[in-house]
Design a protein. Structure first.
Length: 361
């Protein structure tokens, strides 16, 4: 068992969404205290920052450098760069919230977090990374007492290859999975997502390993994995969210997948389930990517051939606008690059929502 994972807290949780003025903004700490929580209650800080979301996105590094010194050692940080279009920079604070809650709540949101071991540059995007994520996710799900079907989201922040890491890999007598630092982001996301898929029983091991080595994203995927890459870490930070009948709090989650970037029907179904419970949307976590076929519903798109703006930035803006209109607010967690994270050209979506107090008049 991973020592960091074993030490990480697990709990019925609350989720606070707080706007930020810049990537290094720690104003959400005051919002945390105003809500009656302390920094020791924080299981994870999950943020969207206004960098480019690519290899040289310093906004992620700045946010991590500001937050990690004030957090407990076992708390994970997941910062995703890129707030194109209407997306608004913010952080989500996932905090342990033991109650008290009204007994009328027959289920509630739970979470557990942890970190894998440090990954060597030569392991990035390959089977060892997949295995490390798979093992940790399985541990966290078990600790929460959830079945695989009760897991609504697995967030992973994973490393990428920098020029220095590529040089170190070759100095050790190994070849990296790629010498393209931007491509390494996708390869790392893919390995992490396939690890999640295996841990949740969404595919067979042989299929996952074949998809990883063949770089085939159209064969297997996880509808609940959300992986993003960054140069600010060398291990993988993992957060598991699920809805448990062993908890009783007003937060719930539902998950599904968009088959493409304009899949309004899938989103209406998810938001309809929230409305049926009288729920209020707290946050939406979504993956987005430019369809690798070069087409959306038969029509050509140019996201993959734009030499000025990376495809991940186009995808975040498109999906972010659609989701913001439905959620009624733009501070949403939309992450670009959805390799094995939903159908090709689409992506997984998780909606966290709050239901009314059953005892309220």
């Amino acid at each position: 068992m991973n020592p960091a994972a074993a030490a990480a807290p697990t709990a019925s949780v609350d989720l606070l969404r707080v706007p930020i003025a810049h990537p290094g903004d720690l104003a959400p700490v005051e919002a945390l205290r105003d809500a009656g929580y302390a920094l020791d209650d924080v299981l994870a800080v999950v943020g969207k920052t206004e960098g480019n979301g690519c290899v040289n996105d310093f906004s992620r590094t700045l946010a991590t450098a500001r937050w990690e010194p004030v957090l407990p050692p076992e708390t994970v940080t997941v910062f995703s760069g890129g707030t194109e279009g209407v997306l608004s920079p913010h952080v989500n604070l996932v905090v342990a919230d033991p109650g008290p809650h009204h007994p009328g709540h027959d289920r509630g949101l739970v979470a557990a977090s942890g970190r894998t071991r440090d990954l060597a540059p030569g392991e990035l995007g390959r089977e060892p990374q997949l295995a490390a994520v798979r093992e940790l996710v399985a541990e966290l799900v078990k600790r929460l007492g959830l079945s695989a079907d009760e897991v609504d989201l697995v967030l992973v922040k994973c490393p990428l290859l920098t020029s220095e890491r590529i040089a170190a890999c070759r100095a050790a007598g190994e070849e990296p999975v790629t010498e393209d630092t931007y491509e390494s982001m996708a390869r790392s996301r893919a390995a992490s997502a396939l690890g999640v898929a295996l841990a949740l029983g969404e595919c067979e091991e042989a299929s996952a390993l074949d998809a990883l080595t063949a770089q085939r994203t159209d064969t297997v995927w996880s509808s609940r994995a959300s992986a993003s890459s960054g140069a600010e870490l060398t291990d993988c930070h993992v957060l598991v969210l699920g809805t448990s009948r062993a908890a009783g709090n007003p937060l719930r989650a539902v998950h599904g997948e968009m088959r493409d970037a304009i899949d309004l029907d899938a989103l209406r179904e998810l938001f309809g389930r929230v409305a049926a419970e009288g729920g209020e949307v707290v946050q939406v976590f979504a993956k987005a990517e430019a369809d690798p076929s070069g087409r959306v519903r038969g029509e050509r798109h140019t996201m993959l051939t734009d030499s000025d703006v990376p495809a991940t930035r186009h995808a975040r803006a498109a999906v972010g606008g659609l989701l913001a209109a439905l959620a009624g607010q733009p501070a949403l967690y939309v992450s670009g690059g959805a390799e094995h994270q939903g159908p090709p050209g689409g992506g997984g979506v998780t909606v966290v929502y709050r239901v009314p107090d059953p005892a309220a008049p």
